[in-house]
Design a protein around this ligand. Structure first.
Ligand code: CO
Length: 141
């Protein structure tokens, strides 16, 4: 294991991603609970339509609906059904965090951060390296 540079930034809980067949059919529950601050976005390059439900303290719930059959969310739904898809931690320096993970030989899905929904830079860490949880790391871009 190569030496990692000490990360001096913060880790913030950002959101839980939830795979759904249809945002339209799923959103009613959250609205019935009283959540009103909801931002919609389609990320065609990822094959997802996203509904970000903004909670307090910058924490969120992210509903993910596939936009086509090749979407990774469609593959997840086919294999596992609707449910928790990933958790996301927001950091101050995603490049350094990913670099440290590489040095630690952690299995990554994205070697480099890419542009995600809601103007964030994101990268995913493979569940094999995290105890079975798909982990998204994000940074405001
Ligand atoms: Co996410």
């Amino acid at each position: 294991m190569e030496e990692v540079k000490k990360y001096l930034g913060a880790f913030n809980f950002d959101h839980v991603g939830i795979a759904v067949k249809s945002i339209e059919e799923s959103i009613g529950f959250y609205q019935a609970m009283g959540i009103e601050d909801i931002v919609y976005e389609t990320v065609e390059s990822e094959g997802v339509r996203v509904a970000m439900l903004n909670l307090q303290n910058s924490s969120k719930l992210e509903l993910l609906e596939p936009t086509n059959e090749a979407s990774p969310i469609q593959k997840f739904l086919d294999k596992r059904g609707p449910g928790i898809h990933h958790i996301c931690l927001r950091v101050d320096d995603i490049v350094q965090v990913m670099d440290n993970l590489k040095r630690a030989n952690v299995r990554l899905i994205n070697d480099e951060p890419k542009k995600g929904a809601h103007n964030m830079m994101v990268a995913f860490v493979h569940p094999k390296s995290t105890g079975g949880v798909l982990l998204e790391v994000s940074q405001k871009s």
